[in-house]
Each structure stands twice: as structure tokens, then as C-alpha cells.
Ligand binder design. Structure first.
Ligand code: ZN
Length: 372
């Protein structure tokens, strides 16, 4: 199922929102440099307190500090790391023979992967992005690839039990085979009880995806909009699907804890939002570490104060009817504004940021801030 086609009036409103968002974005990026010193001191504190918390054993402290120092020396500042920059979360639906608004042909999907690869984007898992566990090769920009709806053209087994080569999985795996430095990371958001539409192969497919380092996400039981849903309905739709998927996957080391909202539509009323992140159905709890919207802008860095794990925007990976806010619009945008792009330092524990962009950062205690 796909998003509703927007009318002209809605388009205009969206355009206004985009312009407004960009104004805020640039205002915050460029307007607050006077505050940098004060705020840098604030965000520096967690790293200090973590080193102190290691305490009790001098050797451990020294080792820890030495280890961090070594890792810092590995960071090449000439690559202009900027881990406060923006990250694109790409949203795909179908791979098919005819290019349409919600269908990418195999050739065009391959083109997307090639362009991303050549322009220095590297896939990262949604979970690693949300948890700020980003060890993308230094100098490269993480990108998150998502597919919604669990269509057959995402993953099909042929009669000889081979994966169909021009399905999303087939194309991703082949590209990764030829470009080992382009990690095999993608999240497939599925709904209902027929993910990928070959019912005798559901268990095999879900486990294949996980065993190959990709992910399964929750796209609700019935794929209904949450716009008018109440508390019970939201919990049923998320909880029932999570329980179904977990029972099929049946692994102790894996849980389904990411949610993509059907049609990108959020419930009305702030009181209901918390049930997107956690709740229960039939006495069983569920938890989502990230909730994905539709959307039209790149997401905040997970180290940005404004990052909100239960409201993450995605960008349409299409070239049709994208209202100038599609994947290629933002690739062009980042070509022209490389300073707005997240550029990895290659070290997950250290968050490297140009000094003039430090003001919007918030780090948890496990991370060390490196301003330059
Ligand atoms: Zn959907």
C-alpha cells in the first residue's frame, strides 16, 4: 500500500513547511555561533564523568584513556568529519518493470545504489543510526535504506530456491558482493501475516534477512492509518504484529523494535504518541526504539538535541512526483552544501564535529565529543 496522492493545496502547504524548516535549519546552524563556548562545556561533561565512572582501578583508567587517544589519532581531520550533519533515511516500496510513483525499476534502483556509492554514502542499519552507534568508514556519509509493505518484488524465491536477482534483496546482495565497502544494511517493514507473499517461505525469508545482517521492522497488523486510531487500536496494531513477527523469527538474539507508520500518518493527540514507542497487547509488552514517518527532509544526526527517535522523517527514493524533496534533490543539495552532511570519523565511540557546529549536540555518557 502506498501514500495518498497529494492535492495542489496540500503541496503548497508542504512547500511552505519545507521553506520554513530550511529557514529554521540554517538559522540554528549559522545563527548561534556566539553560544558555542558555553554549550561545548555542557556537552563535554558526559565524557569526563564516564572516565571518572570507570574508576576504582588506575590501570583500567589509563588503558581506557590510552585507547581513546589511539582512536582519536586515527581520525583524519582532512576528511572534514561532521557527525552533527544530516542523514537521509530512504523510503522505497516496490521494485518492478515499469517505473511509477511507488515503483523503482531494477535499473533505476541499481542507479540509486551506484550514485550513493560514488558520492560517498554508505548504508548503516536503522538501529545503529538510532542508537548513535555509527562506525561508517571515515570520510563517508551514512544512509539508511528502508522498504515498506513486504511486497513480493522485495524478496522472491524462485522454484530452484534461488533469490530472484531483480528483487530488492537480490539487487542489494549483488551490489554488496561487488562493492564490499557498501554494507548490506536495509530494513524491511512488513505488515499483516503474509510478508513477501510466499506463505510457505515466510520463516525462511525473515530469518535469511536477519542472518545476512539486514532487519525486519513493524508496519502494523492491518496497515490502517493511525490518524483516527485510539489507544487500544494503536496497541493492538503494533503489538499484534510484533508478536506475530517475533513468533515466526523465533530467535533469542533478535527482536522487532522499529516501526514505520502506515501512510506516514501519526495519531492525533500528543497523549497517544507514547503508544508508538511502547505499550502492550494481550498482556505482552512491545517497545520501538524508532518510529518512522513519511516526510520530506533528511533526518537529524542522532547526536543532535533535536533528534527525536519516535518521529524520524524519511525521504522518498523516487524521481516521480517527489515535489523537489526526493532523494536526488537532497543528493544535489548535499553536493552544494557538503557542510550540512553527516561525515563519519570512523570511530563509533568518538563524535567528531567542527567547533562551529558543536552547539546543537547532546551526547550520552558512552560517547566522547571531539571538537576541532
Ligand atoms: Zn505501507
Amino acid at each position: 500500500m502506498i501514500y495518498k496522492v497529494r492535492g495542489g493545496g496540500v503541496k503548497r502547504i508542504i512547500t511552505i513547511i519545507i521553506i520554513f524548516s530550511l529557514c529554521i535549519f540554517f538559522g540554528i546552524s549559522y545563527g548561534n555561533s556566539g553560544n558555542t563556548e558555553v554549550n561545548v562545556a555542557q556537552v563535554d561533561k558526559p565524557a569526563e564523568s564516564q572516565q571518572a565512572a570507570q574508576g576504582g582501578n588506575d590501570t583500567t583508567d589509563q588503558d581506557y584513556a590510552a585507547d581513546k587517544k589511539d582512536k582519536k589519532e586515527e581520525i583524519d581531520l582532512n576528511l572534514k568529519p561532521n557527525e552533527a550533519g544530516r542523514i537521509m533515511i530512504l523510503m522505497y516500496h516496490n521494485i518492478g518493470d515499469e517505473e511509477r510513483e511507488w515503483v523503482r525499476t531494477p535499473a533505476n534502483f541499481l542507479k540509486d545504489l551506484k550514485v550513493l556509492y560514488e558520492k560517498g554514502y554508505r548504508p548503516v542499519s536503522l538501529t545503529d543510526y538510532v542508537r548513535g552507534n555509527i562506525s561508517t568508514e571515515q570520510g563517508m556519509t551514512p544512509v539508511v535504506i528502508t522498504f515498506d509493505d513486504g511486497n513480493l518484488n522485495n524478496f522472491e524465491y524462485l522454484e530452484n530456491s534461488q533469490t530472484r536477482k531483480d528483487s530488492a534483496i537480490g539487487l542489494l546482495m549483488d551490489f554488496n558482493e561487488k562493492h564490499k565497502d557498501f554494507p548490506l544494511e536495509a530494513t524491511f517493514f512488513v505488515y499483516g501475516e503474509h510478508p513477501f507473499w510466499q506463505d510457505s517461505l515466510i520463516e525462511a525469508k525473515l530469518n535469511f534477512i536477519i542472518e545476512n545482517g539486514m532487519d525486519i521492522g513493524n508496519h502494523t497488523k492491518d496497515h490502517n492509518s493511525f490518524k483516527k486510531a485510539d489507544r487500544e487500536e494503536i496497541q493492538k496494531q503494533i503489538g499484534e504484529e510484533a508478536q506475530y513477527l517475533i513468533s515466526i523469527i523465533n530467535r533469542d538474539d533478535y527482536t522487532v523494535n522499529t516501526l514505520a507508520l502506515p501512510f506516514g500518518e501519526r495519531p492525533e493527540g500528543e497523549l497517544l504518541i507514547k503508544y508508538l514507542a511502547s505499550g502492550s497487547y494481550n498482556g505482552v509488552l512491545y517497545e520501538n526504539i524508532s518510529v518512522l514517518n513519511g516526510g520530506w527532509n533528511p533526518a537529524y544526526s542522532p547526536y543532535d538535541k533535536r533528534f527525536d527517535s519516535v518521529s524520524i522523517p524519511r525521504i522518498r527514493a523516487s524521481e516521480m512526483n517527489v515535489d523537489n524533496v526526493g532523494m536526488y534533490n537532497y543528493i544535489d543539495y548535499f553536493d552544494k552544501h557538503p557542510e550540512e552532511r553527516f561525515i563519519s570519523d570512523g570511530v563509533a565511540e568518538i563524535v567528531t564535529i567542527p567547533a562551529d557546529k558543536g552547539e546543537s549536540v547532546h551526547l550520552d555518557e558512552a560517547k566522547e565529543l571531539y571538537l576541532y
